[in-house]
Every structure is written in C-alpha cells, then in structure tokens.
Design a binder for this molecule. Structure first.
Ligand code: CS2
Length: 489
C-alpha cells in the first residue's frame, strides 16, 4: 500500500479530503512545542484551513522528549490523516500545515535557531500540565524541578520548555529582533499568565543582564481555551484509516467533530487571521477557560477514576452507566455551574453538549488515558471548584467523590486485585503513601492530603473537605466504585 506523502496525487484518493493550498509555497511562521495528537487534531487543523490565503504561517513542530513523532511523520513529509468520528461514521482529511518536526533531544540547536528566526512570530505550546515544571497548587515555577535545576546550570543546552523559550528569546534579543508571542494551548487556568509567570521567573533566576530581563518582560503570553477530545491513536485506528483512505499513515489522529478555540487577542508580533477559520478572538478568555476546565475536564477526571475502578475501559462506556451519568450530570449542574460566571442557559447547553460528546461511541477514549497525571490535573479541575464552594459554605459531595476516586486509583491496585499502571510524575511517592496506609482509608486519605503540590495547606486543614473525601474513600475501599457511585449520584 502507498504511504501518504507529498508524492501522492490527491485525485487518486477521493475518499480523503485534501487541503487546497500549495505546500511548496508555505513557509514557517509558528513553532509549536509539544507536537502530540492534541495539537495535530486542533491548532494544526485551524492553521491548515488558513494556509491557502496566508501561506507564511506554516508550523514547525517540536517534541521535547521523544523522536517518535518525527520518525513517524518525516517519511510522509509530515502529512497525516485526521479522522473525525461519531456514530454516523468517519470522515478523513489530510493535514499539511506541519512543515517539519524537530526532536529537541537530538536537534536542540536547530530548534532554538528556528525559534530565533525572524520569520517565527508565534511559539505555541502543548507540553501538558507537567511540562510547565510548576507547582500545580500555586502555579509558580518549581525551582527544585530536575529540568529547571539542569537548565539553570546549563542555560545553553536547555531541556525544559521555559529553558528553551528563554534561550531562543536571548538569541532574538542579541540579534535585535522583536520577541515572538508565546501562546499556551494547555489545559491550565489562565494558561497564558501561568506560562508568562514561569518563563519570567526562569529568566530572572538564570540571569543574563537587565536588558534581557526587560526583553523577556516585554513578551506577550495570550491565554487560550482549547477544546477537542483526542484519544491516543492505536494500531486498530491505523487499520481503520488504511481501509478508508487506501493510504498507509504511520500516525493518523482520531478525533470528534466538535472543536473550539478561544484566544485572547494579544499578538504584538502579528498573528494569522484565526478568526476567519472558526476561532473566537476575545479580550478575556478566563470565563471560557474556567467553564471548560471545571465542566469538561472536571467531569472527565471524575469519570476516568470512577470509570476505571468500575471496570470501564472507555469514557463512552462509563457515561452509559446510569449511576455515572447521573453523578456527572449532578456534578456539573449542582456543584460546578454555581462557580462560573457564564449565563445559566449557556452552561446548561454546554453541559448537554458535553454529555453527548462523552457518549460518542466512535471515540475510543480510554479512562486510563485521562487518569494520567492526576497530581497535575486535580488542582484546576476539581480543587479550585471545591475551594470556591467551601468559601461560600456550599456542599461538595460529588466533587469530593472525584477526589476520593483519584486516591483509590493511585493505590495502584484495582478492585479485582490487579495492578493499575498509574502514570504520574509523583507515582512512586503516591504508591509509597498507599503502601504504608494499607487498607486503612483514614490513613490513606491523610497521607495523600499531605501532598502539598496538589492540596496546598488550606484544604487538608479544612474538615468540610477532608471529611467527605475520607468517607467517600472508605466507601470506595469497602463497597467498590459501582455501589459508591449509585449511593451518591
Ligand atoms: C482530558 C483532556 O486527557 C485528559 O485529561 O481531560 O485531554 C480532554 O480530552 C481535552 O481537554 C478536551 O478538550
């Protein structure tokens, strides 16, 4: 079977939709750090839509850790298939907005040079929550983080996102170029502000003179709200794509029809007309971000832990369970919505749309995938909502069940006694806490509540939080997830 590449003639493959721009005319204007499936299903698609009229905004992608994306996409000229799936079927299109992918672990110099090129006006990021090397509870740079310690000692050969950004900014400064805009596309509250705080703090610690510090201060960090559900690609997906397109693609991306992008319009170095291809440019992204993080991601994490423990591999299976459906509906309606500033009818419509998106049977979105990196996700997805409610003396029953389910999950043993592959930067520490607590829910909750990067110091000291969490955990440990969900939904 023919491999997807620029040598393929689109007319021979009519089952697939092809872009209308001439790839040879496209030049890079954006460097994207973290070229995973999420970026390729989201921002790269918006950019693909605008290249016909705006060819100077091509993307050079970079992966910070592994060469696998580069290895898969280089032989196909960085083209890949995007498969949009729901119950009605699968639609495939070829995305050509990514011109190159650099692997930072072996091509660091080339990556930093590219970022320092005057043609690059935006550096965007999807490095996941842990890529910010921050303390999730405070949002501040974690100065003890091994990558930050490394980059402060070796500022010319950085490995972290802040280290790479500051090094590229230094080169631009030395060359008399304007800074690029840094656009975060990660699921963090005020993601632009968070990125800005971290990069500025890193630059401060690293030194380099007052001029460089001033230059870094002048960089703009617009916030964005990004949304599209993107399950990790499997070999079964590769087979599906082959059967539809008749082309071999080493790394297709599977996603849902829904897509949303809300961007704070703050791009002094220029930006493509994202608004002409469906993005919303606004002055303040925060209300959108909070709505998405608390409604979508808060429900996702709750469903991931409870769903996994209940034996559901996919989100669509979990939400089909009447107890989980009722719990998630109640979580959004009775607990999350009151903490948001959007009008109630908007929130209700958003909730209903989310419940339908979660139920998409064609998306094989694993609960295990969402369960990953809980220490990085819980603070903005559940705990911020909990803090807002506790401040007003409101109940947090369902939110606390999500937190307790995370606690049960990170013990690393499922309800049948089988191991759970817990992926988290703090997995070993969590496991040690769980091992020393044994089957004692009180001890387990108390031990995990001491993880300050997650809970801060306020929540562990507040019985209105610790009591419902501990009670739920006890129930999860004694009665299991299904019974606990049905008695609390
Ligand atoms: C998910 C998100 O993996 C996760 O933690 O909650 O990736 C989610 O699918 C996206 O934020 C949807 O926009």
């Amino acid at each position: 079977m023919t491999r997807l590449s620029l040598a393929v003639s689109p007319v021979d493959y009519p089952e697939v939709q092809w872009g209308t721009f001439d790839r040879k005319q496209v030049t890079p204007g954006i460097v994207h750090l973290g070229i995973g499936a999420f970026h390729r299903a989201h921002m790269a698609v918006y950019v693909d839509d605008l290249l016909a009229k705006n060819p100077s905004w091509g993307i050079v992608g970079a992966s910070l850790r592994r060469p696998d994306t580069r290895d898969a996409l280089a032989p196909q000229d960085f083209l890949y298939t995007l498969a949009i799936r729901d119950a009605s079927g699968t639609k495939c299109r070829v995305i050509g907005s990514i011109l190159d992918v650099l692997d930072a672990s072996t091509q660091r110099g080339q990556l930093i040079e590219t970022m320092a090129n005057s043609a690059i006006r935006i550096v965007s990021l999807t490095v996941t929550e842990k890529g910010y090397c921050h303390d999730p509870a405070t949002g501040e740079l974690d100065e003890q983080h091994p990558d930050i310690v490394h980059d402060l000692a070796h500022p010319d050969t950085p490995v972290s996102a802040p280290g790479i950004i500051v090094k590229a900014l230094e080169l631009r400064h030395d060359r008399g170029l304007v800074p690029f805009t840094v656009m975060s596309c990660d699921n963090l509250p005020s993601n632009g502000k968070t990125a800005g705080r971290i990069v500025r703090r890193f630059a401060e610690l690293r030194g380099g003179g007052a001029d460089l510090a001033k230059y870094v201060q002048s960089v703009s960090f617009p916030s964005t709200m990004i949304d599209r559900i993107v399950p990790a690609t499997t070999d079964a997906d590769r087979e599906i794509i082959k059967k539809i397109s008749w082309l071999e693609d080493a790394w297709p991306i599977m996603t849902e029809p829904f897509t949303q992008w809300v961007i704070e319009d703050d791009f002094p170095a220029g930006r493509p007309p994202f608004d002409t291809v469906g993005a919303q440019l606004v002055e303040d992204v925060e209300p959108f971000e909070l709505m998405k993080l608390r409604m979508l991601n808060g429900s996702h994490s709750t469903m991931a832990y409870l769903g996994y423990l209940s034996g559901y591999q996919y989100v669509s299976e979990a939400i089909a369970d009447p107890g989980i459906h009722k719990l998630i509906h109640g979580l959004m309606t009775d607990e999350v919505m009151a903490t948001l500033s959007m009008p109630r009818p908007t929130l209700e419509a958003y909730r209903d749309q989310l419940l339908a998106r979660f139920a998409n049977p064609a998306l094989k979105h694993r609960t295990w995938q969402i369960a990953m990196d809980g220490t990085q996700k819980l603070p903005q997805r559940l705990l911020a909502t909990i803090r807002d409610r506790l401040e007003k003396g409101q109940s947090i029953q369902r939110l606390a069940l999500g937190v307790a389910a995370w606690m049960r999950y990170v013990t690393g043993i499922d309800e049948q006694g089988n191991p759970i592959d817990v992926k988290d930067p703090h997995a070993a520490r969590l496991r040690a806490i769980a091992d020393s607590a044994g089957r004692d829910a009180q001890k387990l909750a108390a031990g995990l509540l001491e993880v300050q990067e997650v809970f801060g110091t306020d929540l562990p000291a507040n019985p209105a939080f610790t009591e419902p969490v501990t009670n739920h955990l006890k129930s999860l440990m004694e009665k299991g997830a299904k019974v606990t969900v049905s008695s609390h939904s």
